[in-house]
Every structure is written in structure tokens, then in C-alpha cells.
Design a protein around this ligand. Structure first.
Ligand code: NAD
Ligand code: ZN
Length: 285
């Protein structure tokens, strides 16, 4: 039942794992797409578990916590400043763009991401015909967004693109309402995910007929259990990841490939085949 292919099979003959994966997605109406750091790897964003995930020899677990922010908010903001700069310098890759086109042209495709780099949103903005389409096809961002802030005091949230001056505690951004420090609006280690997002994600998993899992190590909970929930509810799971992960166990097809190559190879024929409004850009592959 389970099929696996490697990068070289991308353009392989019909009947291969890629064609099988495409058929599974084509047959399904309701689809859950779950992405992790690997979907942004080809854009130049390091994954946490990859070799470039460290910053000044410190592990994310030492900085991405409420305790670290309480103790040393300047160091935490300095790290997020570095991550924001990196994200700004990156562009969405063909995997982001083809997923975005699919979401725009197929309202029953729900994208749930663990990424905080805004690349899915930027891809969506570049392919959607208008703001309403962006709104409709927006991803569920389980772990938040680097370019939003939340007040550490009153909890107020807001978009925040401006450069943060992390030279001292005094220069850090503060809430205009209560004066407390603003923090990145991301979910840190030891914090719970927002109930509303979780509900939306699990509802999508339960009603999905297919689930495409791209570039996640599938070890961070509860995101990792979305694929097993979908599989348990009868969805056909297709995985794209160069490595084997816990999600491989429930996958009907595993494409061992770079997302930036495999996603367009998988989705382009689906979208061009049905003449969907998949966007007009030629930058796809
Ligand atoms: P992870 O770092 O645990 O795993 C990344 C996965 O991507 C691995 O399984 C790896 O084999 C795979 N991968 C690497 N290169 C790939 C490629 N070119 N194509 C396809 N897959 C590839 O990431 P995770 O599972 O998302 O969990 C880490 C947590 O860290 C998440 O909660 C996320 O919020 C956060 N994070 C986010 C970003 C980002 O926003 N870009 C980056 C690093 C970490
Ligand atoms: Zn406040």
C-alpha cells in the first residue's frame, strides 16, 4: 500500500509514487495541507533541527520561552530581529506559490502551518486576485507570526513590521494602551496553542479526504497529531519530506524530495488540468 519515491522520480512515469499521490489528491474534495519548516528550507529559512538553526550557539529552547522573555527580553528581541531579517530576505518558493494557488482556486483546501515566517501569506498575496481572496484562503498559523506582536501585559495583538531596536531594554517596543513590553506573537515552548486555531485545524483534519504533509518533522505536538487524526478519519495521507518521520507511518505515499521541487510537480498538473484560477505568474517552477 505504502509507496515511497526519491527526488529523481519527480518526473517519473505515470503509475509511480508521484502519479499515485496526484491521483489521491485529485480524488479528494476536502484537503488538509500541513506544513513545517522544511517547506521554507529552499527559500533559505533554516529549520530548527537543521545545522543552521542555531543563533550565537544558543538553542531555540533557550530563547523561545516566556521565562527567557521575563529574564532577558532584549536578548529575545535580538534573536527575533535576526529571524525577521532572515524572513524578509527570503522569498516564497514554488512550494509556497503552488499551495497558495491551490488554496485560492479550491475553497475546500485548508492550509495549516507551523511556520511563523509569513512566506505562505506572502505567496498568497502574490497569487490571489484580491484582498477578499487572500482573506478566504488564509492559512491557519498554529504557532503565530514573526511579524505580529502581543502585549505581555494586556494581551492586545497587532501587526508589527517595524525594525525593533534591541540595543537596550529601554528601546524595546511597548504597548500604547498599558505601557507593558510587546513580545513576538508566536507560541513559545511551554505555552498552549490558541483554542480557536486548534479547533479549526482539527476540524479540517477530521473532515479531510486527503492530507498533504510537507516539510515537518512531525514531532511537535499537537500539530504532529493532525496527520494521524486525518488518517484515522479516513483521509489518504501524502507526505513530502527528504527524511522519514512519524507521519510516514500513516502516509499512503511518501515523496522523499525537496518541497520546492515536489509540490509543483504534484500540484501543477492538478491545477492546470482543471483550468482553475491558479494565478497567472510564470514563477511557479
Ligand atoms: P523541524 O525543523 O522540526 O523539521 C523540519 C522538517 O523539514 C524535517 O523533517 C526535514 O527533514 C524537513 N525538510 C528539510 N528540508 C526540506 C525540504 N527542502 N523539503 C521538504 N522538507 C524538508 O520543523 P517543524 O516540524 O516545522 O517544527 C519546528 C518548529 O519550529 C515549528 O513549531 C515551527 O514553528 C518552528 N520553526 C519555524 C520556522 C519557519 O517559520 N520557517 C523555522 C524553524 C522553526
Ligand atoms: Zn498592553
Amino acid at each position: 500500500m505504502h509507496e515511497t519515491t526519491s527526488d529523481r522520480d519527480d518526473d517519473g512515469p505515470p503509475g509511480g509514487a508521484l502519479a499515485r499521490a496526484r491521483a489521491l489528491l485529485d480524488e479528494a474534495r476536502r484537503v488538509l495541507v500541513l506544513t513545517g519548516a522544511g517547506v521554507s528550507a529552499a527559500s533559505g529559512m533554516p529549520t530548527f533541527r537543521g545545522e543552521d538553526g542555531l543563533w550565537k550557539d544558543r538553542r531555540p529552547e533557550e530563547l523561545a520561552t516566556p521565562e527567557a522573555f521575563a529574564r532577558d527580553p532584549r536578548a529575545v528581541w535580538e534573536w527575533y530581529g535576526w529571524r525577521r531579517r532572515m524572513a524578509r530576505e527570503c522569498d516564497p518558493n514554488p512550494a509556497h506559490l503552488w499551495i497558495a494557488r491551490w488554496c485560492v482556486s479550491h475553497p475546500d483546501v485548508t492550509l495549516v502551518t507551523q511556520n511563523v515566517d509569513s512566506l505562505h501569506r506572502r505567496a498568497l498575496e502574490s497569487v490571489a486576485p484580491d484582498a477578499a481572496a487572500v482573506e478566504r484562503a488564509s492559512p491557519v498559523e498554529l504557532h503565530g507570526d514573526l511579524f505580529r506582536v502581543r502585549c505581555a501585559g494586556c494581551g492586545r495583538r497587532a501587526p508589527h513590521e517595524a525594525e525593533v531596536d534591541a540595543t537596550s531594554r529601554e528601546t524595546l517596543p511597548r504597548c500604547q494602551r498599558c505601557g507593558e513590553l510587546l513580545r513576538p506573537d508566536v507560541v513559545w515552548f511551554g505555552e498552549s496553542l490558541e483554542a480557536e486555531m486548534l479547533e479549526a485545524a482539527f476540524a479540517a483534519a477530521e473532515r479531510a479526504e486527503a492530507c498533504l504533509v510537507v516539510g515537518t518533522s512531525a514531532v511537535v505536538q499537537p500539530a504532529a497529531s493532525l496527520a494521524t487524526t486525518a488518517a484515522g478519519a479516513g483521509a489518504a495521507v501524502v507526505e513530502i519530506n527528504p527524511e522519514t518521520t512519524p507521519a510516514s507511518r500513516v502516509a499512503e505515499v511518501s515523496l522523499r524530495a525537496d518541497a520546492a521541487r515536489a509540490v509543483p510537480a504534484l500540484l501543477r498538473p492538478l491545477l492546470e488540468g482543471d483550468g482553475g484560477s491558479g494565478g497567472s505568474g510564470a514563477e511557479g517552477a
